[in-house]
Design a protein around this ligand. Structure first.
Ligand code: TYD
Length: 209
C-alpha cells in the first residue's frame, strides 16, 4: 500500500498576528477529522534555531546578513533533517503545520535592508508548501498584542519595522511562487471567527483539488 503524502501548510503574518493560536486550532480540527498532524515552527527548535532565538532576544550580536544565512540554514535543517524533518514527516503521510517559513525571510530580512534577490537565492532549497495561510492583522493590533506579552523585547518588535515588513509581505504575496495555494484572511476578528474562516477555506481548497 502506498502512503498518501501529507500536506505542508505554512502560517505567516507579522509578530502578534495570531499564527500560533490558529495553528493549535487547525491541528485540533484536522485531528478530529482523522488526520495525523505534526506542528513545527521557524526559527526551529533545532541547534540553529536556538542560536537565532538568542540573537532575537539580544543575547547574541549577529549582523543582518549572517542572521539571514542562519534563517536559511535553520530552514534546510527543519526541512531535510533525517530524524524529524518536514519532508520525512510528509512522506509518512502526516500533515505538517508550520509557524513561519520562507516568506518570513523574504519579508523580514528584506526589511533589514538586504537585497530581496539575495535572500531568495540563499533560500533556493526551500520546497513549495501546499498551502499558505496569511493572517493579515493590522500593525497596531499586532503591536498592542506584543506589548501585552512578557517577552516583548525582541529584535523586530518595533512598530516602524513591522509596518515596513507588512508592506514587504504585501509585495511578496502578489508574486511569490513559494506560497502554494494562498488563503489570506483578516486577523483582527476574534480567534473563533478566524479559525472558522480558515477551516472554511481549507474545505473549499480540498474540495477543489
Ligand atoms: P516568532 O517566534 O514566530 O515570533 P512571534 O512569536 O513574536 O511571532 O518569530 C521570531 C521572529 O523571527 C519574528 O520576529 C520573525 C523573525 N523571522 C525572520 O526575521 N526571518 C525568518 O525567516 C523567520 C522564520 C522569522
Amino acid at each position: 500500500m502506498t502512503t498518501t503524502r501529507g500536506k505542508f501548510v505554512v502560517f505567516e503574518g507579522l509578530d502578534g498576528a495570531g499564527t500560533s493560536t490558529q495553528i493549535t486550532r487547525l491541528r485540533d480540527w484536522l485531528v478530529e477529522r482523522g488526520e495525523r498532524v505534526e506542528t513545527s515552527r521557524e526559527p526551529s527548535d533545532g541547534p540553529i534555531g536556538l542560536l537565532i532565538r538568542q540573537a532575537l532576544g539580544h543575547r547574541l550580536d549577529i549582523d543582518p546578513a549572517t542572521l539571514a544565512l542562519l534563517f536559511a540554514a535553520d530552514r534546510t535543517d527543519h526541512l531535510f533533517n533525517a530524524t524529524d524533518g518536514v519532508v520525512r514527516t510528509l512522506e509518512s503521510g502526516a500533515w505538517v503545520l508550520t509557524d513561519r517559513y520562507v516568506l518570513s525571510s523574504l519579508a523580514y530580512q528584506a526589511t533589514t535592508g538586504l537585497p530581496p534577490e539575495w535572500v531568495a537565492q540563499i533560500n533556493a532549497r526551500a520546497i513549495e508548501p501546499d498551502l499558505t495561510i496569511f493572517i493579515d492583522t493590522p500593525v497596531d493590533v499586532c503591536v498592542a498584542r506584543i506589548d501585552g506579552r512578557s517577552s516583548r523585547d525582541e529584535l523586530f518588535h518595533k512598530r516602524d519595522f513591522l509596518a515596513r515588513t507588512a508592506a514587504e509581505y504585501d509585495r511578496i504575496l502578489t508574486h511569490s511562487r513559494l506560497t502554494g495555494h494562498l488563503l489570506r484572511l483578516p486577523g483582527d476578528a476574534p480567534p473563533d471567527t478566524v479559525a472558522a474562516e480558515i477551516t472554511r477555506g481549507i474545505e473549499a481548497w480540498l474540495a477543489g483539488k
